[in-house]
Design a protein around this ligand. Sequence first.
Ligand SMILES: OC[C@H]1O[C@H](O[C@H]2O[C@H](CO)[C@@H](O)[C@H](O)[C@H]2O)[C@H](O)[C@@H](O)[C@@H]1O
Ligand SMILES: [Ca+2]
Length: 730
Amino acid sequence: MTSSNGNHKRVPSIDPFSHPDVYYGDEDSLARIRDRRRAFSTSVKDYGRGEISEYLGTLPSRRGSHDEHSGQPRKFLINVDETLDALLKQEDTDKNMQITIEDVGPKVLSVGTAGSSGYNRVDVRGTYMLSNLLQELTIAKDYGRKHVVLDEVRLSENPVARLSRLIKNSFWNALTRRIDGSNIEVAGKDPKDWTDDPRPRIYIPPGAPEQFEYYSKIAEKHPELRLDVIMLDANITPDYVMSLKEKPGLLALAMTKKHDDETGEDEYTGVPFVVPGGRFNELYGWDSYMESLGLLVSDRVDLAKGMVINFCFEIKHYGKILNANRSYYLTRSQPPFLTDMALRVYERIKNEPDSREFLRNAVFAAIKEYYSVWAAEPRLDPVTGLSRYRPEGWGVPPETEPTHFIHLLMPYAEKHGMSFEEFVEAYNSRAIIEPELDEYFLHDRAVRESGHDTSYRLERVCGNLATVDLNSLLYKYEVDIARIIRIHFNDRLEIPVEFRTPATKDTAFESSSTWDRRARKRKQRMDQLLWDADKGMFFDYDTVKQQRTGYESATTFWALWAGLATPAQAATMVEKALPRLEAYGGLVSGTEESRGPVGLERPNRQWDFPYGWAPQQMLAWTGFLRYGYQEEAERLAYKWLYMITKAFVDFNGVVVEKYDVTRPIDPHRVDAEYGNQGTDFKGAPREGFGWVNASYVYGLEILNAHMRRSLGAITPYETWKKAVDASDAF
Ligand SMILES: OC[C@H]1O[C@H](O[C@H]2O[C@H](CO)[C@@H](O)[C@H](O)[C@H]2O)[C@H](O)[C@@H](O)[C@@H]1O
Ligand SMILES: [Ca+2]
């Protein structure tokens, strides 16, 4: 163990891939090195610069010899601040606090080995390792570390393993919220708050008076929080929602109550959930479903379960699964996935004592949501019996970026001799009535409810469309509800009064046959109105013009996910639709032809070509697998994961909301509409983006071991395929 400078000493080790809490939270390993260094002070003196820098972490390499590898896994002894400064100064040449392939530094930095107490130097080379060094030291600094012992393998880790590890160990935690006194300050933050005085504010539904009391006490006890606690009206109308515009706030979610015998008081804890990330710091509708697919793979059943419970709370108290739980989203929902989500969670908790209760509540909530939101007017089109995204409300959606509607609204402002802001104010307060704009915003709200905000597929027409996406999801609700009632509740489910709607107040029991019949009918209508055998796609149906639209969208594959396509339709989709929608990095939202030309007057929309989104990929993979198209599912998953992994490696660990799936070098660069969430971090990514994190770990489960290895070596799909074909030829 002992040696003079240049020879290796054993440094006590912990798992090199442990969680930062363990890896950086524990000063012991460093203390052991310090002790040893004191014990061998002569050899330290031999460094010749002992007094200059305690740990030699950033001294030029000439101070010691370059380390020859001893066969032991190498560790570095690093002075965090000095190394960070040197690294950024030398390698972050475009000064964005990230080390990427666009930086033009020497791409090599020498660091001292821990085995030589920092005396020997080795080079850390290349964008990936240097950016990992930056990320690790940034995190170490967060933990207050001045010096660290860093395993070389933590810097050279296989990127697939590293990204999966970050998602499972760090990103999910960073995106987890619960709303209660312990963190209302964090959860209450709204980067979208447009008012002059953003402050934490919470609205409590009248059905949860205990929460009102709870939050009022917190506000009273902690005036420094400036927490505004407001009881919501029982009657939520578009006028009422507009009246809350200057006071945007969180909508309360589910809490668990526990009696504390010592204080004699009831303790409330928020039921946890995961937020998408970036500017989206609340519980979203369909993001939560996608996230739950990733959470289940990551063994975070608790969080997926928490989100189902929160959805049941939303349906009970707000009448729907909300676009997200903020006051300005009160009249809008998002694509419904509750039954599938509840079934997947149930499958994982079915041996727990409360599992049946969990499923029962979820199916009650889903039935109520089905009747009162999706199968009721105005969303229901009584002629076709199909449903549309068509939420209530009026005015300009306040949560969007301020410039979003400038093109549309300026001509109206000019017509009324007003500034943009004055016009928005006058229009929102109904001082000015513009029926054409009312029609525009009816569809705009629908676009946002569809989750596909925004797209030329839906602009100016969405509220009239019986879309393939929504009707596939409702088919799945019908089939799932039938199955749950039949299998889990002996085909006779008693519906409690509070879950009945005005339309179903006399329905005391539900049985599977009604739901099976509904599913069959919906399928028939979709076949008749939405399916185009020549094109091999399901298209949206315009219920006002009474004709099929021609926009080619990846949503056609939702019919596979839901299981409503026939095997023949599935084969036709694989043959005809897939080649039109498959791109370099997976599925594109829609075809270029359908989007049409874009330019200054007709800007790109983020849900059109050339962008690809995690939910489209995940639903299509699942759909292809369901119909036995394993190779297609694997190929699409590989392409998507390859694109994410490559951007992760080349761009300092970036994981973003959406990708340009036609752009091989920097697919994370998307400037349509409000840009891309997840790019704007300093030093190290902390949270990735919810549904992309999920797609990564979910997609990996689809790939075989060979594919995973190739992905780790950043092998493009075509190269991998050629290699496999060549080896199969022997
Ligand atoms: O602020 C603009 C819009 O932002 C949201 O939409 C986008 O982010 C959501 C969260 O990740 C996602 O569910 C949606 O598909 C995205 O397009 C929000 O949902 C919109 O209502 C809002 O207008
Ligand atoms: Ca840089």
